[in-house]
Every structure is written in structure tokens, then in C-alpha cells.
Ligand binder design. Structure first.
Ligand SMILES: C[S@@+](CC[C@H](N)C(=O)[O-])C[C@H]1O[C@@H](n2cnc3c(N)ncnc32)[C@H](O)[C@@H]1O
Length: 194
């Protein structure tokens, strides 16, 4: 059987690693649901006993995600038209096995509606509160546009400064590829400092 060549596709790599942290029945968060692709993958992973909270600030993204979910017959995802900084209103602290951020703007949508450095850093703090020990925060970052460049830099500084006794941060960059391919950051909350 042909193997999936994981390092050639950033979003597939980001999701494959994320899924390794998720069990059926888990609570997970799609912080930026966009067109709903990640929401569907997460909902499949947690199954009918699990739950996905999916956030986006755009009506268009919420609609596209809801349509995608219903097209796949998925009913274990709640799509919320709010910023990811509202995560704590829905997701109890320490309850999620994964929180996924796919930063930037909606492909095929309004490019001026994009994640911003300040709000993303606030959202990442919310995500660290939401995940349980052993859980993961996944961030797919794009630095091919101005806001994305600043945002990536600030996110990387934030991750590098996390307490190494509590968190482990790892980063992937497609070193030799053209046109600013997305980059991936993962942060996991250590169990008992291990
Ligand atoms: C790259 S797209 C996400 C793609 C999506 N994960 C998918 O699988 O299709 C980024 C999304 O982030 C959303 N966004 C921007 N700021 C946000 C915020 N503060 N909270 C939640 N979503 C936000 C945008 O509206 C856009 O839909």
C-alpha cells in the first residue's frame, strides 16, 4: 500500500500529529474552523461520544463548516460564531485533549478578516488553560502576508518563553520550499512535569 508522504503536506502533518493525542470520546477544539476541514477530521477522531467546539468570527466560515459537517452526517460538533478568546466560556479548563489553530484568513474569503498577533496570543493562553496534561495545542502559521509575519514571530517568541518544566514546544518549517509554505508549532502540557 502506498504510504502518505507526511512531510510534503503541512496541514496533513499538523493534523496527523494532533490526532495522535486524541482518543474517542475526547473533547477537542478547532479554534479557527474556516471551511471546516479540520473540524470534520477532529469530529471523526473523537467519535459520537466526543465533542468538538469549533470557533470562527466569520458568518461565512460558520456556515461553510456547518454545511460540511451536515454533509458528512456529523452531529458531535458545536460551531460557535465567536473569537477563540471566548473558548473558556464553553470549554472547561483542563478538559481538552487538543486545540487546533489554523491562522490567517479564510481561503477564497475576505483576506482582511485574518487572525491578528495580539488576539492569537490571548487565544493561545486560553488554549493552554483548556488542554489537559498530555494534551496538545497545534498552530499552523502563515508568514506570506504582513499580519502573518508579525503574528508568526510573536507566536514563536511566546512558545520559546514557555516554562520548560510545564510545556514542551516543537516547530516544523519546510526549509527548502517556495512561496512561504505554512509552518507548524505544537505545544504539549507535560504530565507531572514529565
Ligand atoms: C486559515 S482559515 C482556517 C481554515 C480551517 N481550519 C479549515 O480547516 O478550513 C483561518 C480562519 O480564522 C478565522 N479567524 C480570524 N480571527 C479569528 C478569531 N479571533 N477567532 C476565531 N477565528 C478567527 C478566519 O475567519 C478564518 O476563517
Amino acid at each position: 500500500m502506498e504510504k502518505n508522504n507526511l512531510i510534503t503536506g503541512t496541514t496533513a502533518l499538523a493534523m496527523t500529529v494532533t490526532l495522535s493525542y486524541i482518543d474517542e470520546g475526547d473533547t477537542v477544539v478547532d479554534a479557527t474552523c474556516g471551511a471546516g476541514q479540520d473540524t470534520v477530521a477532529l469530529a471523526d477522531a473523537v467519535g459520537g461520544d466526543g465533542c468538538v467546539y469549533a470557533f470562527d468570527i466569520q458568518e461565512k466560515a460558520v456556515r461553510r463548516t456547518e454545511e460540511r459537517l451536515s454533509g458528512c452526517g456529523i452531529s458531535n460538533a458545536q460551531v460557535i460564531k465567536k473569537s477563540f478568546v471566548s473558548m473558556g466560556e464553553f470549554v472547561p479548563d483542563g478538559s481538552a485533549s487538543a486545540v487546533v489553530f489554523n491562522l490567517g484568513y479564510l481561503p477564497g474569503g475576505d483576506h482582511s478578516i485574518t487572525t491578528t498577533a495580539d488576539e492569537t496570543l490571548e487565544g493561545l493562553e486560553c488554549a493552554l488553560r483548556a488542554i489537559r496534561p498530555g494534551g496538545v495545542v497545534t498552530v499552523v502559521m502563515y508568514d506570506g502576508h504582513e499580519e502573518g509575519k508579525t503574528e508568526k514571530q510573536r507566536v514563536m517568541e511566546w512558545a520559546a518563553a514557555l516554562d520548560p518544566k510545564q510545556y514542551h514546544a516543537a516547530y516544523v518549517n519546510m526549509l527548502n520550499q517556495q512561496n512561504h509554505p505554512p509552518e507548524i508549532l505544537w505545544v504539549t502540557k507535560k504530565k507531572n512535569g514529565a
